[in-house]
Design a protein around this ligand. Structure first.
Ligand SMILES: Cc1ncc(COP(=O)(O)O)c(C=O)c1O
Length: 302
């Protein structure tokens, strides 16, 4: 049997047993870093989060991450209880307490906080938000290209739960991932409400056809920061890139496919629904984009 894999696979690092976790202004050892069972994030998935990466002492694309976090919080009417500088200071405090410098991943989470009673109404959260930062030593590890399966779970319209929100509740994506695993794949490829190929359950999705890079219009997927960087890098380097609708027929017939996300940068896709994509390995255009992105990170995090 092929071993189980995910796009967020990191090398085992024993140091992660002893990390300090930021919980509402305090740094706590992992075993003591807990939130209340009345927390609206635990109870209802009522919160927003960001995943960030530290390279050579610099948090990559920090402005973009802060923009997205504060926009999401505003959209769900959640007061983070601190301004951008406060959030960044908390991030740096956690980094310093853990002595982290590079190959580090942070999950920064803000929920509506502790509820008075165990019911849905947001007004029951009265004591302010809960802010947690988990920071781990993390070197992505990918033994082979990823296998995707398309699933019945769609990327929805913005008037239900806007897929652009990095919400704590990820049930739609989790169900998609479970369906993909049951189909023998690693992760799910999700279609939009019109049947066009959109994104995966945890990353943005690209294909390469005859030297051109295609990705979805962006209407139903997370406005991924890595996605935008890849589009910008292609434009700057003369690689034709299109944000457009395309179908599974275009996708199965692609020369290459890859995923993007803060954690894994660009992850090659080997097969989709049992069809090998290209030769099933990291392709030349993906390789070129990976090199361009590495160069961008080196410039940004010099
Ligand atoms: C559903 C989904 N798509 C894509 C991404 C990738 O976004 P980014 O490149 O900003 O990490 C994420 C990451 O949070 C995500 O949750």
């Amino acid at each position: 049997m092929t071993e189980k894999m995910s796009t967020h696979q990191a090398e085992n690092d024993a140091r992660n047993e002893n990390i300090l976790i930021y919980v509402d202004g305090e740094l706590k050892p992992r075993a003591q870093a807990t939130v209340s069972v009345y927390d609206s994030g635990f109870m209802l998935g009522d919160g927003v989060w960001e995943g960030l990466r530290l390279y050579q002492g610099t948090w990559a694309f920090l402005d973009e991450h802060m923009d997205r976090l504060f926009e999401a919080a505003k959209a769900i009417d959640l007061d983070i209880g601190m301004d951008r500088d406060g959030v960044i200071a908390a991030l740096r405090e956690t980094q310093q307490a853990n002595g982290m410098q590079t190959d580090t991943h942070a999950r920064l989470m803000v929920t509506r906080g502790i509820k008075m009673r165990p019911f849905q109404h947001p007004s029951l959260s009265r004591s302010g938000p809960t802010v947690v930062i988990i920071m781990e030593h993390s070197r992505p590890q990918l033994p082979r290209p990823i296998r995707l399966a398309t699933v019945p779970h769609l990327r929805g319209l913005p008037m239900t739960q806007d897929p652009k929100l990095n919400s704590h509740s990820k049930l739609n994506c989790i169900l998609a991932c479970i369906a993909a695993e049951k189909a023998g794949a690693d992760e799910a490829l999700m279609l939009d409400v019109n049947g066009f190929v959109n994104t995966t359950n945890a990353c943005n999705f690209f294909i390469v056809r005859k030297g051109e890079v295609w990705t979805s219009t962006g209407d139903y997927c997370m406005n991924g920061i890595t996605r935008q960087k890849v589009i910008d890098l292609c434009r700057a380097d003369g690689i034709p890139v299109h944000e457009r609708n395309y179908s599974l027929v275009d996708t199965y017939g692609a020369d290459e496919a890859f995923l993007t996300g803060t954690f894994g940068a660009q992850t090659p896709v080997g097969s989709i629904d049992g069809r090998t994509i290209g030769d099933g390995q990291l392709g030349p255009v993906t390789k070129r984009i990976r090199a361009l992105y590495k160069g961008l990170i080196e410039k940004e995090c010099a």
